[in-house]
Design a protein around this ligand. Structure first.
Ligand SMILES: Cc1ncc(C[n+]2csc(CCOP(=O)(O)OP(=O)(O)O)c2C)c(N)n1
Length: 517
C-alpha cells in the first residue's frame, strides 16, 4: 500500500494533467484537499469568498487559457452557491473541473446537516460526474475528470471527494489522458456550404467559438468580401476586436430587432453555435429567428472548431486575403455634457490599453460600450454567455489570473455587481490588474424595459420597488475600499477621463462608479 492519500493523488494528478489554478472556498470536508494543495507548488490557490466567484473565475480563466482551472467547493450547498456561474460556464463551452468535497462515506448514513443529494444537484449541470468512493480510484478519476472537461464540447465536470477517501492512504497518481480537441467540420459539409453560398442571394453565417478568437477576424473579412454577411451570436465567449480588425455584425438581443436583421437572409450557415432563438418568449414575437424559407446548413455546433471551418470555407471559395485596416488611430475621449453608457464607452475606447480583456456584465450598458469599443485598440471581449448576472466580476478575476500581463476591465451593472461583489476582495488580495466600471443607475433598468415589452401592465408601487435600487443608495467607493480596492466616483466625462487616466497608468485593482442615472 502507498503512503499517498486520496487527496494527494487527486491534486497531484490534476497538476500532472495541467491544472495551474484553483479557485477555492473550502470547508471542513475539504481540509485534506487544502493541505494537499499546500504541498503542490504547480497549482496557485486563490481564495474566493463566495462559490459563485470561484466558478465564474474558473470560467474566465478557461476562456483565456483554453484549459480548465480547478474549483474547490463545499458539499451540495457550496456547489449550489457556485451554480449560476457553472451554468454560465457551460453556456460558454469552457472546460472547468469542480472538485466537490463530501462527507466521509462512513458518515453518509447519519444524514448530517450538510448532507444532500450532490449527484442530483450537480448532475444536470455537469458534462461528467463521478464520486471517488474508493481510494484506489482517486488518481484515475482525477485524470478522467480533467480529460472529460474538454468534451467536445468542453464544459464543467464534477468530481465528488468524500472526506475519508481524501485522508486515507493507498492512493496513486494516474497518468494524464489525452485531451479531446474540438471536432473538425467534414469536407463534405464545407463543400455543401461553399456551393450553397455561390447560389444564394443573401447568404449569412452566424458564429461563435474559436472563429471569434483573436486573429480570426481577417478570415471573416475574406468571407464578407465574398458577399457573405458575417454575424456573431448576441453573447460570445471570447471575441478579438478593435485596432482596425474586421468587425462582424452582432445579432441584436431584442427579438424583433433580431428578426429584422435576418429577414432577407436566404441561406443561414451556422458554426460554433446553434440556430438563433430569442432569450425569452414575448407575446406576438417569434421565439426562433431563422427566416421562414431560408436554407440552413450547420457546419458544426459548439463542439466544432469554427475557426477551422471558416478558414476552410474561405479557401473553398477561393476568397482572396483582404487588406486589413492598417491605419488605426486611437479615438478621442468623450468630453461633452452627456454622461451615459455610450460616452463612457467612447472614453474607454480612448484610454483602453492594447491587449486589454473586457468582461461584460454591464446588462443594458454593455451594448453601447461594445459599439464604442469597436474603434479602440486591439482587445478581447468576454461576453455574458448564460444570462445569469453576477458573471462579470468573477470572470474578470479568472481572466486576470490567467493573463497578468494585460489590463482586464470589468463592466458591471450596479445590480449585477451586487451578486458577486466579493470578487473585489480577491482582486485586492491577489493584486489583480482589474479595473471594474460600475454603471450606477440605481435600477434594474433592463427589467423596467422588459416589463413594458412583455405586456405586464403598468408597474405599481410593489413592482417599481422590485426594479429600483436607490433606497438605500449604495456607497460604491466605501464598499470597494472596504475590500481593499481603491475607488472613485465619476459623474461627468471629465471626471471619468481623469479617473481612467489614473486607472490605466497604474497596475492593480481599481473601481470607478459611473453615475449614469
Ligand atoms: C441569476 C440571475 N438572477 C436574476 C436575473 C434577472 N435579471 C436580469 S437583468 C437584471 C437586473 C440587472 O440590473 P443592473 O445590473 O443594474 O443592470 P441594468 O438593467 O440597470 O442595466 C436582473 C435581476 C438574471 N438574469 N440572473
Amino acid at each position: 500500500m502507498t503512503d499517498m492519500t486520496g487527496a494527494e493523488a487527486i491534486i497531484g494528478t490534476l497538476a500532472d494533467c495541467g491544472v495551474e489554478a484553483c479557485f477555492a472556498n473550502p470547508g471542513t470536508s475539504e481540509m485534506h484537499l487544502v493541505t494537499a494543495l499546500d504541498r503542490e507548488p504547480r497549482i496557485h490557490s486563490v481564495l474566493c469568498m463566495f462559490e459563485g466567484v470561484a466558478t465564474g473565475a474558473a470560467d474566465g480563466y478557461a476562456r483565456m487559457k483554453s484549459k480548465p482551472a480547478l474549483t474547490l467547493l463545499h458539499l451540495g450547498p457550496g456547489y449550489l452557491n457556485g451554480g449560476a456561474n457553472i451554468h454560465n460556464g457551460r453556456r460558454a463551452y469552457v472546460p472547468m473541473v469542480n472538485l466537490i468535497g463530501d462527507h466521509a462515506v462512513s458518515h453518509r448514513q447519519y444524514d448530517a446537516p450538510l448532507a444532500s443529494d450532490i449527484v442530483g444537484l450537480a448532475g444536470p449541470n455537469s458534462r461528467w460526474l463521478k464520486s471517488v468512493d474508493h481510494v484506489a480510484d482517486a488518481g484515475t478519476l482525477a485524470a478522467e475528470a480533467y480529460a472529460a472537461s474538454f468534451g467536445p464540447p468542453p464544459g464543467p465536470v464534477s468530481l465528488i471527494m468524500p472526506a475519508d477517501v481524501a485522508w486515507t492512504s493507498g492512493a496513486q497518481r494516474a497518468k494524464p489522458a489525452a485531451n479531446a480537441s474540438l471536432k473538425s467540420a467534414s469536407d463534405d459539409v464545407i463543400e455543401q456550404a461553399g456551393r450553397a453560398i455561390t447560389k444564394a442571394k443573401q447568404p449569412a453565417i452566424l458564429l461563435n467559438g474559436t472563429a471569434l478568437h483573436p486573429d480570426g477576424a481577417e478570415t471573416l473579412r475574406r468571407l464578407q468580401a465574398q458577399g457573405v454577411r458575417v454575424i456573431t451570436d448576441t453573447f460570445m465567449t471570447r471575441q478579438g476586436r478593435g485596432g482596425g480588425q474586421f468587425q462582424p455584425e452582432r445579432l441584436p438581443y431584442f427579438a424583433e430587432m433580431a428578426v429584422e436583421t435576418l429577414k432577407d437572409v436566404d441561406l443561414l450557415l451556422l458554426t460554433g453555435t446553434k440556430p438563433p432563438v430569442a432569450f425569452f418568449a414575448y407575446p406576438n414575437t417569434p421565439g426562433a429567428f431563422t427566416p421562414k424559407g431560408a436554407r440552413t446548413l450547420n457546419l458544426g455546433g459548439p463542439d466544432t472548431d469554427s475557426a477551422n471551418a471558416i478558414a476552410r470555407l474561405a479557401d473553398w471559395l477561393d476568397a482572396p486575403v483582404q487588406p486589413g485596416a492598417a491605419n488605426w488611430t486611437r479615438p478621442d475621449a468623450a468630453t461633452g455634457d452627456k454622461f451615459n453608457p455610450h460616452t463612457i464607452g467612447m472614453s474607454l475606447a480612448h484610454y483602453l490599453p492594447e491587449g486589454a480583456l473586457i468582461s461584460d456584465d454591464g446588462v443594458s450598458s454593455g451594448l453601447p460600450v461594445y459599439q464604442a469599443l469597436s474603434s479602440a485598440a486591439r482587445h478581447e471581449w468576454l461576453g455574458h454567455t448564460g444570462g445569469a448576472i453576477g458573471q462579470g466580476m468573477p470572470v474578470a478575476v479568472g481572466a486576470a489570473v490567467a493573463r497578468p500581463d494585460v489590463k482586464t476591465v470589468c463592466l458591471a451593472g450596479d445590480g449585477a455587481a451586487m451578486y458577486t461583489i466579493q470578487s473585489l476582495w480577491t482582486m485586492a488580495r491577489e493584486n489583480l490588474d482589474v479595473l471594474t466600471i460600475v454603471f450606477v443607475n440605481n435600477a434594474y433598468r433592463i427589467l423596467k424595459i422588459e416589463l413594458a415589452r412583455t405586456g405586464a401592465g403598468n408597474p405599481g408601487p410593489a413592482a417599481n420597488g422590485m426594479l429600483s435600487l436607490g433606497n438605500p443608495e449604495i456607497d460604491w467607493v466605501k464598499l470597494s475600499e472596504s475590500m481593499g480596492v481603491a475607488a472613485e466616483n465619476a459623474r461627468t466625462c471629465v471626471e471619468l477621463n481623469d479617473a481612467l487616466g489614473r486607472a490605466m497608468a497604474t497596475r492593480g485593482p481599481r473601481l470607478i462608479a459611473c453615475h449614469v442615472a
